[in-house]
Write a protein that binds this ligand. Structure first.
Ligand SMILES: Cc1cc2nc3c(=O)[nH]c(=O)nc-3n(C[C@H](O)[C@H](O)[C@H](O)COP(=O)(O)O)c2cc1C
Length: 341
């Protein structure tokens, strides 16, 4: 079977440079483990759950992958920085969980003290450099800091197309990625692209640009392993390319405020967004949202989704998603090479 070789696949010893990104509330141990079994790599998302819940997700991955305790675990954990930074959060315990479990990678995003968390990992890992550190960025400036000051192992360039949270001023992925690739030296960290990716052709186009891999989120929500509900998956299947919107409506409505300034989130436009834009009073917005949670109503609750959602039309096991994306990517790379005379 054809493998794809990039700086990322060499770093993590993967068959294909396809990553299931961390998705707070949506990617657990099963999704991360199955992405690895498909030949790629996956992250558990830490955002709102307890230390115990995070631990049980790691245990799930360990049991699916049949890896003995403390043996290296080929998954990652992605931490929302601002959630670690809240008072009374057991940040060190949450990070130590990754180290104690010997996960292969950690991912940091959306925080004001990411450098502190990176230092904690570096100071406490068993073997220097054993834990690969990913940082997600949305500007050239952030990429430069991550590469030169923090010396991260992998940079993820997240464009405005991305589902879930991101910078409200992020450029399109193609512009951002090209810009970042032009300033990161050849011997610098691998740079991956994220945002709006739906198929293997998209991934091939990023590799042709010079990226070392691709991160997908929304596509993996459409797997039985994701923690999304059946109704949320149905809403994704019915969505079109123009159905998503960047907004703070959902964070206001579900009271998950505390994101660094300039961050908002892309999800399916629904009644919560429409009410928010109309200026419906916040108490009323929250009350209706809570009713929506009870009813699992995707017209009220958040369904995070990137712009690629209109191209997604079925639910598939995560492992199969990675394998299909890989095969499509190989076919597109071959077709592109055949254009050369
Ligand atoms: C449901 C959902 C939750 C997400 N949660 C996180 C998160 O906890 N941390 C993070 O860095 N990115 C998060 N993201 C963003 C992803 O890491 C990734 O950048 C994005 O999904 C890529 O865009 P796509 O969804 O269009 O593929 C989330 C995305 C989604 C869809």
């Amino acid at each position: 079977m054809t493998s794809i070789s990039t700086k990322l696949t060499n770093l993590l010893r993967l068959r294909t440079p396809i990553i299931c990104g961390p998705m707070a509330g949506a990617s657990g141990g099963a999704l991360a483990a199955r992405a690895f079994q498909g030949g790629g790599f996956g992250f558990i998302g830490y955002g709102y759950q307890s230390l115990e819940k995070l631990k049980s997700e790691v245990d799930t991955a360990r049991s699916i992958l049949q890896v003995d305790s403390h043996a290296p675990l080929p998954i990652g954990i992605g931490y929302l920085g601002w959630r670690l930074e809240r008072p009374n959060t057991p940040a060190k315990e949450l990070l130590s969980l990754a180290l104690d479990n010997n996960v292969q990678a950690v991912w940091f995003s959306f925080g004001l003290e990411l450098q502190r968390w990176i230092k904690f990992i570096r100071d406490n890992e068993l073997k220097q450099g054993a834990t690969k550190i990913f940082v997600q960025v949305s500007s050239v400036e952030e990429a430069l800091v991550a590469a030169h000051d923090w010396k991260v192992d992998v940079i993820v360039a997240q464009g405005t197309e991305a589902g879930g949270h991101g910078s409200s001023t992020a450029p399109s992925l193609l512009a951002l990625l090209s810009e970042i690739l032009s300033i990161i030296p050849k011997d610098g960290p691998p740079v991956l692209g994220a945002g709006g990716l739906a198929n293997g052709g998209h991934i091939a186009s990023l590799l042709a640009l010079g990226a070392s891999g691709a991160v997908l989120g929304t596509r993996f929500l459409l797997s039985p392993e994701s923690l999304y509900s059946e109704h949320q998956r149905q809403a994704l299947l019915s969505a079109h390319t123009t159905s998503s919107v960047r907004s703070m409506a959902f964070d206001q409505a579900r009271d998950t405020l505390g994101w660094p300034s300039g961050v908002d989130g892309r999800g399916l436009r629904n009644s919560t967004v429409i009410d928010f834009e109309k200026g419906v009073e916040i108490g009323e917005l929250r009350r209706k949202y809570a009713e929506g949670v009870t009813a699992d109503d995707p017209d009220r609750i958040v369904v995070w989704a990137g712009t690629g959602v209109g191209l997604m039309n079925r639910v598939q096991p995560a492992r199969e998603i990675v394998e299909e994306l890989h095969d499509e990517c190989v076919a597109r790379l071959r077709a592109a090479a055949s254009l050369l005379e």
